[in-house]
Design a protein around this ligand. Structure first.
Ligand code: AMP
Ligand code: MN
Length: 327
């Protein structure tokens, strides 16, 4: 499949690249890496995403080349492009407002992803759930193309892999991720500098939001389950948005007894986003699937169209059931 995808890239000239709603490091790093790889081959590529790039990742795109989908501005690009590449997306609905324009377009469609399961809407799908990050799969693609690894691409891929592995700490970290990262360092990636860019340039508003959300933490199931809430008022009170919640759900993982951590946020009324994380034993993508969501076994999510209270009640009951089932 990699060879077929490499041929598609080599034999066309104009590309659109898209990743998922609420993009994080793997999503933005992978988009920027693929765009840079295509440009190395003399091609034109536009990144069109459903949501804006979070502030902590804007340094990857200093020229602001990433576009947020707007029909009027983007339809002409869909008419001009030949190939659409979707990165780090397991199901079309995770492309938000782009799902319909992408699926209805006549473009050749390429999908590169590392989520298990999912719905592959194109025959040109390179999907490997054993990969720590989509960034690892883009490195495979690079090796199938007649280009050298550039320092820019290396930086983008490093951020993709560093963030999706939680700084090489989460259980998806594997030897292949480290092999790829070793290659990235050989062309000049500075791990300390990139760590600082991503994790040590936070804003006070986000820190205040973090404080407020942490104070809501509750525990159940012998402290194996932790959950936090972020009602809409928290965003207004701290001058933040939903994107500023990145990583907050991971905080309770530091507690020895916690197996599952949940964060309920309400960016819009009756639109509750649930972020789910687990440490070793609970497949949170199965928990998410019960509510129409999905993801990885240790990091998943869902959106529930109901009140914050109702969403908490339903998901916490289901999470307790899963923990009780572990015996
Ligand atoms: P998040 O908690 O938003 O960082 O999401 C963690 C992971 O869960 C993402 O990387 C996705 O793989 C998955 N995910 C989150 N929300 C959804 C959703 N509504 N539907 C399917 N998968 C999701
Ligand atoms: Mn990913």
């Amino acid at each position: 499949m990699l060879e077929q995808i490499a041929d598609i890239l080599l034999n066309h000239n104009k590309f659109i690249i898209t990743t998922h709603v609420n993009p994080e490091g793997d999503a933005i790093g992978s988009c920027m890496a693929l765009k840079a790889m295509l440009e190395q081959m003399g091609k034109t590529a536009w990144i069109i995403n459903p949501d804006s790039t979070p502030r902590m990742l804007e340094f990857l795109d200093p020229e602001g080349s990433i576009m947020v989908y707007e029909k009027a501005a983007c339809d002409p690009l869909f008419a001009e492009a030949e190939v659409h590449c979707t990165l780090d997306v397991s199901e079309p609905k995770r492309m938000g407002a782009l799902a319909e324009p992408v699926l209805n377009s006549k473009l050749i469609k390429v999908l590169i992803d590392h989520h298990p399961g999912g719905e592959h809407y194109t025959p040109y799908a390179y999907v490997d759930p054993s990969a720590a990050a989509t960034g690892v799969l883009l490195y495979d693609l690079l090796e199938a193309l007649p280009i050298e690894l550039s320092p820019d691409v290396a930086r983008f891929l490093y951020v993709a892999i560093m963030t999706d592995t939680g700084g090489f700490r989460f259980p998806n970290t594997n030897s292949k991720a480290h092999h790829v990262v070793a290659r990235l360092l050989e062309v000049g990636v500075d791990p300390g500098a990139l760590y600082t860019e991503v994790y040590e340039k936070d804003t006070l508003p986000r820190f205040r939001l973090f404080q407020k959300v942490l104070l809501t933490t509750q525990f159940a199931a012998d402290d194996q389950l932790a959950w936090m809430i972020c009602p809409r008022g928290f965003f207004d009170q701290t001058g933040t948005t939903n994107a500023d919640l990145e990583d907050v759900v991971n905080a309770p993982r530091s507690l020895e007894d916690v197996e599952v951590s949940l964060l309920f946020s309400e960016p819009e009324p009756r639109h509750v986003r649930v972020s789910m994380r687990s440490k070793n034993r609970v497949a949170v993508n199965e928990l998410a699937a019960r509510f129409g969501g999905g993801g990885h076994d240790r990091a998943a999510g869902a959106v529930l169209e109901m009140s914050l209270e109702e969403a908490q009640a339903q998901v916490i009951t289901a999470a307790k059931e899963m923990l009780a089932g572990l015996g």
